[in-house]
Structures are given as C-alpha cells and as structure tokens.
Write a protein that binds this ligand. Sequence first.
Ligand code: NAD
Ligand code: UDP
Length: 318
Amino acid sequence: MNRSKTILVTGGAGFIGSHLCEKLLGGGNKVLCLDNFFTGSKNNVVHLLGNKNFSIIKHDITKPIFLKPDQIYNLACPASPIHYQKNPIKTIKTSTFGIINMLGMAKKSKARFLQASTSEVYGDPKLHPQKESYWGNVNPIGIRSCYDEGKRVAETLCFDYHREHKVDIRVARIFNTYGPRMQENDGRVVSNFIVQALQGKPITIYGDGSQTRSFCYVDDLVEGLMALMNKSNLTGPVNLGNPTEITIAELAKKVISLTNSLSVLKRKQLPKDDPHRRKPSISIAQKSLKWKPKIHLQKGLQRTIQYFQANKNDQEEK
Ligand code: NAD
Ligand code: UDP
C-alpha cells in the first residue's frame, strides 16, 4: 500500500514549485513548502493554505535547517536570466552552499533527493538534440555562468553525496517550461510575449529570432519530476522537456495570433551567450519513466494566456 509521505519542496512558492506542491498534496502527502520568496510568492500557494497537510517555511537554503522529510525536491534557485543575474554571487551560493545544506539534510534524514537541474548545463550546445551523455559547451566566466556553472556544480555535489554518503539522488535536467503562475515581470520569453501581446505593446525579439527553444507545459513537467522521484534505481541525469522545437520569431507570431493582438515585433539586442538551439532528447525519460509530454504548445499557450488575461482583469478591478 502507498504510505503518504512528508515531502519537502524547496522553491515551493515559485512557478514550478507551486504546481508541484499542489500535485503532491492531491496525492495525500504532507508538503513542506520552503522558500525565501526571492522570486516566489505566497500568492502562488495561497489556495493551498487551508489544507492541513500543507505548511510554508520561510527560509533561505544557504542557511542550515534540519527537517525530517521522506523526499526532498530541491527547486530553490531563481530561473529567469534577469533574476539570476541580479545577484549572481547569491545565485551561486544557492546552487553550492544551499544544495550542500539540503543534501546534508537528505543524508541525515535518509530522504530521497531530487535536484532541479537544467538544460543550461549544456550551455550553447554543439550537439543537437541534447542527450544526457553530452558534457556541454558552457562559458565559465560569462553573465550566465552563475546559473549554468552553479547548476553544474550542484549536479557534481549530488553525485559526490551519492558516491560518498549513499544519498539516494535523482537529477532532472529541465528544459524551458511555461504555464500559469509565471511572473508577469519574470523576463522569460513566454510570459514577456503574452503580457506584451495582451497589452498591445511591441513584442521584444532578442536578436533575429532564429534561435530555438522547446517549450514544455508545466503540468507535463511536474508529472515527469514525480515519475523520476518515484522510480527506483535511476539517479539520472534525465532530460525532462518537450522536444517540439520552435524559433523565437515563430513563437512571437503564434502568441500574436492566439491573443488576436495588434502588437508589432520589435528587435532588441541578443543577450550575451544566449544559446542558439535547444531541444531535448527524451529517450531515457520515455524508456525508463514511460513519460512524455502530452500538452501541445498551442493548448498550453492558450491556458497560459487565459491565466494572464484573468490576472490582468483582477488587477484592473483593484
Ligand atoms: P522560480 O524563480 O519561479 O522559482 C524558484 C523559487 O526558488 C522561488 O520561489 C524563489 O523564491 C526560491 N528561491 C530562490 N533562491 C532561494 C534560496 N536561496 N532559498 C530558498 N528559496 C529560494 O523558477 P521556476 O521556473 O519555478 O524554477 C524552479 C526550479 O526549476 C529552479 O531550480 C530552476 O533552476 C529549475 N528550472 C526551471 C526551468 C524553467 O523553464 N522554468 C528550466 C530549467 C530548470
Ligand atoms: N527572448 C526574446 N524576447 C524576450 C525574452 C527572451 O527574444 O522578451 C529570447 C531569449 O533571448 C532566448 C529565448 O527567448 O533566446 C528564451 O529566453 P528565456 O529567458 O525565456 O529562456 P532561456 O534563454 O533561459 O532559455
């Protein structure tokens, strides 16, 4: 019989974390949502506060804390370039001191530990699509390095805690994920384009828009994370993402069409080290976890647009 578990979600008040907390509670688990509210917000989990199995702990993972969960999902870390570059040293501390604290907790409490790693460990990839066996092409001293190299060291720490202390680890390499509860001012492309389109403002395309990404709807991603956490004998790394690749220029057109917007396209400078192409190979996830994304980009964008539309109306009512 499936025993209900006590599950710690660091970064639980963030975009992905809030969806994960919701899903874990739905499965009858006790969820501890730990967050320092740097990019996350209580609003993201306000609907869960009445649930007796849900609690929020305001804490920064770079500081030690001891809890005794059965599982730890370590999502704490700002994910959008504008946020992780705001205080780059703090970003690295979160992916080094922070994860050491969380892995130490996993070691003491014998909890299974899942790290939210990223496709950014592949940098500006020379292999396409990206397979887990690829070691990446990352600039160690650039403006994205605090995030990319931080996440690479975090993976190393997971594997060293596994080899040295037998911590039961899972490493998920998450590719671009989108959906409701992305922050309006988050700076990521899907939220930027939708908000700009709904407000009739110019859609900001960085560079010539020929760079590609592959976008995964948040519900699919959360299912993938839980499948990996609950799979025995699979440390990973495992890519989790939607392999449907699209250029940023095509994405802009799609958002304009789905919102019936009159927005025009506006070119802006491409940020330094912006990866040219990105698409996950998900054969390991498909084979080992029997997981693949189900939500088509069109449908996911429509749901996300509805969310931003409703939020816009809420704000106008205030
Ligand atoms: P997010 O910024 O919405 O969530 C991150 C959460 O972590 C926020 O609630 C923030 O307040 C919290 N946090 C940051 N630093 C912290 C610290 N030191 N202590 C405690 N809490 C802290 O981002 P997200 O998109 O939900 O991403 C969640 C995780 O998934 C991140 O680790 C990110 O690197 C990873 N990821 C996300 C994507 C994506 O496309 N969304 C892609 C790859 C990897
Ligand atoms: N991008 C863009 N306009 C925006 C925001 C982002 O053209 O308003 C581009 C960005 O340069 C990158 C892609 O969209 O090529 C994805 O950016 P995001 O920050 O969402 O994710 P990441 O670069 O981390 O994959």
